[in-house]
Design a protein around this ligand. Structure first.
Ligand SMILES: [Zn+2]
Length: 389
């Protein structure tokens, strides 16, 4: 959600549009009161927004019960354009085509294919071509593409991917040349946090952290509507905090990193080895846990022990109001998160709300939609509100 400096006219336009988005149906007079912009400026901005199909008038001239005329209400036309978001995992690519407001049009998954620097572009390109051949016609068409990468991203550049080799790859430029729209490349955990902020939280939370647990463990932070990614893009790389001095080696170059003990990948691999299974995922693991398998229970409780240390560490470093845990294991075994909560006894962690993600596996896709939409609308702290369930 990095947006170039806007001039005053653009800032005012963003302020008015944000008021319309966050207040659903609102009149010109109320926008003027809310934004402290004079009525003439508000009217001019709204005229432009209507001409560009971004805002629509509703309820024109309806008679109220008092006999007068209801003021014309305005609302955001979420269907005025399309965005595309991708989650690029180490062995899958998921694409989502949606309207600007997050209403999903299509979802496509390419599973069980190891992703590398040779096949990533053709895979993404073929999904985009599929989507666009059947996409609905909108006034603005496709306005942006976002890619969630499970690794370190600095200013749209992939600098390090520990579990697949995309390091140094430029995917932004070739996609921009092919499709002539802005392309955003961002860390998956960061996009999870953007998605949660934009679609799932209310205005009360100013600082949220989303903890993303898959092959690695990453945390994304949104403070006052802005993504905090650090000086080199690795802010929130919680998986590489040290859990055991001189412990297991990690691709980052260190030893004893948290994600070598507490990631879902490690949990599944350890369980597969113990049970002599070829493949384990969260469904298989949760089924074993719920059936009372002693190995699954022991590994799950060990995971709770390790993760509660990680959560404690990020809370004391970041002091968030809300911490969202996004893990398929913790979603499918609901009694694990309360166990983490009970382990966190420090006075610093008591006032923090900890909950599982409702966006689940699609959180980075919703984050990507939020990122591309906020760029198109030039609204930095975009909050589109709760998704229709
Ligand atoms: Zn590491």
């Amino acid at each position: 959600m990095i947006i170039n400096k806007l001039d005053i006219r653009e800032q005012n336009e963003a302020t008015v549009l944000k008021a319309i988005i966050e207040n659903k149906n609102i009149s010109r007079a109320n926008i003027s009161t809310l934004t402290k912009l004079n009525k003439a400026s508000v009217s001019q901005i709204i005229k432009n927004l209507i001409e560009n199909d971004i805002v629509e008038e509703v309820g024109i001239g309806d008679a109220s019960s008092m006999g007068g005329r209801k003021p014309i209400q305005l609302h955001f036309n979420g269907r005025c354009g399309l965005v595309l978001a991708f989650d690029v995992g180490y062995n899958y690519v998921t694409g989502m085509l949606a309207y600007l407001d997050g209403e999903v049009i299509r979802l496509e998954e390419r599973k069980n294919t190891p992703i590398n620097s040779e096949n990533i572009l053709p895979t993404v390109q073929s999904i985009i071509t599929n989507f666009l051949s059947q996409a609905p016609v909108t006034p603005h068409g496709l306005v942006g593409i976002s890619l969630a990468i499970h690794g370190i991203i600095n200013d749209n550049r992939i600098t390090f991917t520990p579990y697949y080799d995309l390091s140094g790859l430029d995917i932004k430029e070739p996609l921009e040349q092919l499709f002539s729209v802005p392309v955003f490349v961002e860390n998956e955990a960061n996009l999870n946090a953007v998605g949660e902020y934009c679609f799932m939280t209310t205005g009360d939370y100013q600082k949220i952290i989303s903890l993303s647990i898959h092959s690695g463990i990453g945390a994304g932070t949104v403070a006052n509507g802005s993504l905090q990614s650090g000086s080199h893009g690795f802010s929130g790389e919680l998986g590489h905090s040290t859990l055991f001095p001189n412990g297991k080696s990690c691709p980052c170059g260190n030893k004893g990193c948290l994600e070598q003990y507490a990631s879902n990948r490690v949990l599944f691999d350890t369980f597969a080895k113990l049970k002599d299974l070829d493949f384990v995922n969260s469904d298989i693991f949760a089924a074993a846990y719920n059936a009372g398998d002693v190995d699954a229970i022991r590994l799950a409780l060990e995971n709770v022990d390790y993760l509660s240390i990680g959560l404690n560490n990020i809370i004391v470093a970041e002091d968030p109001e809300l911490l969202i845990v996004n893990s398929s294991v913790y979603r499918k075994i609901p009694d694990l998160l309360p166990r983490i909560r009970r382990k966190m006894v420090s006075r610093f962690t008591q006032s923090i709300t900890i909950q599982t993600s409702l966006l689940g596996d699609h959180a980075p896709l919703y984050g990507g939609i939020a990122q591309a939409t906020s760029h198109f609308l030039k609204i930095q702290n975009l909050r589109l509100g709760m998704l229709k369930k």
